[in-house]
Design a protein around this ligand. Structure first.
Ligand SMILES: [Zn+2]
Length: 253
């Protein structure tokens, strides 16, 4: 699948061409709005050409631009799971299902996250908005799905299948394409290797569930993993790093 990455401050979103419109997977932090527009301009894609916006889960660094984008083009169908729909209404990252940071080194780095994002965007980022975003109530033309439909099943004209890949959050999903390319959101990541992340994202709700999702992706035939944080990598990395992090390493958020 031809996946066009849009690299924002911390999040990488992806664009795919459908028959007539583009499918966008995820957005970035609300602060990424100008950068997002710049990235689109560079590849000569207008917001009017986006037909669908699929969210891999409800987090602030994935849905932060939702309102900005819909303000420019309200015809976009927001596509999300029923679980994501429940959580995104609340306007903050879900911590009711447990979760913590991978280890003390990551916890240290995350305490300085705001400084990092500010540096990347060359502007001050409001710390009080941390883990929060503008709540979103789904509209009539949005597409809410249950289970693991194919993209065609839910009206998106691309070959590909949705897989439930929880662990980072309860609502995390991935999209597997017939050629083995796999968009995973935060079900895996390629970031902060020096902090001992071993291809895990830094915040995890349930470590065991997280690794079960890796096994599911491997079994389903994923070949190249496209995470929302960091560049793509071959699935063998997941095999090699399977269960390298233990639940006991999680420190409270
Ligand atoms: Zn996330």
């Amino acid at each position: 699948m031809k996946l066009i990455p849009l690299k924002l401050s911390v999040t990488t979103c992806y664009l795919m061409k459908t028959a007539d419109k583009f499918l966008l997977v995820d957005t970035g932090y609300e602060e990424d709005w100008e950068l997002f527009q710049k990235r689109l301009k560079k590849i000569h894609v207008g917001l009017s050409q986006i037909g669908y916006l699929l969210l891999t889960h409800h987090h602030d660094d994935h849905c932060g631009l939702l309102h900005h984008i819909l303000q420019e083009n309200s015809a976009i169908h927001v596509v999300m799971s029923d679980l994501c729909n429940e959580l995104i209404k609340k306007g903050e990252n879900d911590l009711t299902h447990g979760g913590g940071l991978l280890n003390k080194r990551v916890a240290f780095l995350i305490r300085h996250k705001q400084a990092y994002v500010s540096l990347m965007l060359h502007k001050k980022v409001d710390k009080s908005k941390d883990l929060k975003f503008q709540p979103y109530d789904s509209r009539k033309n949005d597409i809410l799905f249950k289970g693991e439909p194919s993209l065609r099943d839910i009206g998106i004209p691309i070959e590909g299948k949705i897989l439930k890949t929880p662990g980072h959050t309860v609502d995390s999903i991935s999209v597997l394409f017939p050629d083995g390319d796999c968009l995973v959101g935060d079900a895996a990541a390629h970031m902060l290797p020096f902090a001992g992340t071993h291809y895990c994202v830094i915040f995890i709700c349930n470590m065991d569930t997280y690794y079960n999702s890796w096994e599911k992706l491997i079994k389903a035939g994923a070949k190249q993993i496209f995470p929302a944080h960091g560049g793509p990598f071959p699935v063998e990395k997941l095999v090699k790093n399977m269960r390298k992090n233990k639940s006991g390493n999680l420190v409270q958020y």
